[in-house]
Design a protein around this ligand. Sequence first.
Ligand SMILES: [Zn+2]
Ligand SMILES: [Zn+2]
Length: 260
Amino acid sequence: MRKLTPDNMDRAHKGGGRKNGINLIISAALDLIYPRVYCELCGSPLEKSAHSGFCGTCHASLPFIAGPRCHKCGKPLKTEADRLCPDCFSIEHAFEAGLPVFEYIEPVRGLVHRYKYDREYHLGRSLAYFMAELYRASGWKAQIAIPVPLHKNKLKTRGFNQALLLAEYLAHKCRIACLDGVLVRRVDTGTQTRLSRREREENLRDAFHVVKPSKIAGKDILLIDDIYTTGATVDNCSKALKNAGAGAVYVLTLATGRNI
Ligand SMILES: [Zn+2]
Ligand SMILES: [Zn+2]
């Protein structure tokens, strides 16, 4: 599987050294008529109509959550009869509802890794495409998209906020406002991957703060993050937003694990 970086995308666009002579001329002429980009997974050229950034085969391999979901957090469920996942059965969330697009398994796991850690920013746009589609299908009506913020230390080491890029693309596509810097993370919680829900909860208490409450007062918010795990992060963001006067808070994420 070929990994695309801005460098090799550029080479690929120029023919990658494989095409020459007449093929290159035909290819260039076709590119003028049908501008093409390349599939984020397999690198094959895409027709202009392939808006998502994935070819048909790779698109079909993406682990969309298509079956029954938890009515609160949107995690996949075995049967519709369950209505709530075990977590939502025992926890009162601070947001109204959540929806993740994918299950956090391959190839989405690899895509998220390339996006977050290899800084393949172009993936943000392709991944946000599916979030925008799900938002449109959700029936939610939010006025403002807000990304889950990173602490400034984390922002320094990672170089960008993965949730902000997703929120910006989505907001642009869905024609809603995107506000960055209103919800801030004032406590550096470090990595939470190995912590239980209770430990995360403890770690995150008062970690988020709204600096300009007037910007969100009375507004319904679409909170954006890449991965939904226990919901502790978005719960604490939702509490901070609501304490500052926000109306409903909906949580849209790229992917989640199973909880069955
Ligand atoms: Zn492909
Ligand atoms: Zn749930």
